[in-house]
Design a protein around this ligand. Structure first.
Ligand SMILES: [Zn+2]
Length: 199
């Protein structure tokens, strides 16, 4: 039996094991890196295999687990890297409430206080009534007291100062928080920053 066959046989067994472990870790997910090697997003492994099959990513790390279809056996990808010029990925990080909080480090962009997700809100820097848009360049994380204080005014009118100008991020920090406390697979280490408490 050669190395590959041995791994296939072992992997088949491990794969069932890792499915059972999914509740506690992210082994059912794949870390997607940009072509610049920055963490871009986390996707279910099925999606990662599809991206690989379509030639959109290169596999950098594999789990010790395999999936088989009638015609092909592949290792479950743990970390993949996007090839350049993949349509749909070039516009950068998707705009969403969670991603804005993540960009701002869960800190109010006026007073700098770090808060939990439930205590934070969206703030339109230029209020909507003044023509302010809902997007990366005009939305910041604000705590409720700061949001109440600012009301429907610009920071200048409210006498408040932004800690930094909001912009569209090219990547996001991979935070243990966004995985609901689930463990980061060892295969991801070296590709994303993980706080010591989550390691
Ligand atoms: Zn605040």
């Amino acid at each position: 039996m050669n190395e590959r066959q041995r791994r296939d046989k072992k992997g088949e067994r491990d794969f069932h094991g890792s499915l059972l472990d999914c509740e506690r870790s992210m082994v059912d997910h794949t870390l997607v890196l940009s072509s610049w090697m920055l963490p871009q997003r986390v996707v279910p492994w099925e999606e990662a295999i599809t991206l690989w099959y379509l030639g959109k990513v290169d596999v950098l790390e594999e789990y010790d687990a395999f999936v088989a279809s009638p015609s092909i056996v592949v290792a479950v990808p743990a970390v993949v890297r996007l090839r350049r010029h993949v349509a749909g990925f070039r516009r950068g990080v998707k705009f969403s409430r969670a991603n804005v909080f993540s960009r701002d480090g869960y800190s109010c962009q006026y007073c700098g206080m770090k808060k939990s997700r439930a205590e934070l809100s969206f703030d339109h820097v230029l209020p909507r009534t003044h023509g302010g848009r809902t997007g990366w360049e005009n939305i910041v994380t604000a705590c409720r007291p700061c949001n109440l204080k600012k009301r429907n005014r610009t920071p200048e009118q409210a006498g408040m100062r932004l800690l930094r100008a909001p912009a569209r991020p090219t990547s996001l920090p991979i935070e243990p928080m966004s995985f609901g406390g689930r463990e980061i697979p060892s295969e991801w280490r070296g590709y994303c920053l993980v706080s010591p408490s989550a390691a």
